[in-house]
Design a protein around this ligand. Structure first.
Ligand code: 5GP
Ligand code: ZN
Length: 138
């Protein structure tokens, strides 16, 4: 993979500017250029990976330790009423930048531009049992 082609690698390298909110050896966090809500922040590992599914548990654990830290900083700074934390993986989920990033999206109202809804279904317990076993064994 050519790091030259990756917008977030360029931000990490300082080749293009960003509104940085946090940085350490392993991670950088900056404001999303398109603010879904004020304070919408991306937490990004410095080591390039396509998305979370391509990272090992330790790399993900280190990333999420920073997500915890940055989410609290964003919450304090924005005085938001809550937040959503999301990571898209692959096109089907809406991933458009193929360098792992965690969205921290402060919420001010249930009318915010972000709307996450889960369609409710009647539980099918046989299906749940089959799926749970399949996942356990994977
Ligand atoms: P995805 O759709 O892959 O989960 O999210 C990619 C996010 O990166 C989008 O919300 C988009 O606004 C943001 N983004 C894309 N290019 C840039 C950029 O050059 N700078 C910043 N700060 N954010 C970017
Ligand atoms: Zn990259």
């Amino acid at each position: 993979f050519m790091v030259d082609d990756c917008i977030f690698c360029k931000i990490i390298a300082g080749d293009i500017p960003s509104s940085k909110v946090y940085e350490d050896e392993e991670v950088i966090a900056f404001l999303d250029i398109s603010q879904v809500t004020p304070g919408h922040t991306l937490v990004v590992p410095k080591k390039h990976a396509r998305n979370l599914l391509e990272m090992d548990e330790m790399a993900t654990a280190q990333l999420f330790a920073r997500v915890s830290k940055v989410a609290k900083k964003v919450a304090t700074a924005t005085q938001a009423k809550g937040m959503n934390i999301i990571s898209n993986m692959e096109e089907v989920s809406g991933q458009t930048v193929f360098h792992t990033h965690i969205h921290i999206i402060p919420r001010y109202s249930d009318q915010d531009e972000l709307a996450i809804s889960f369609t409710e279904h009647e539980p099918n317990f046989d299906q749940l049992a089959v799926l749970a076993e399949k996942i356990q064994n994977s």
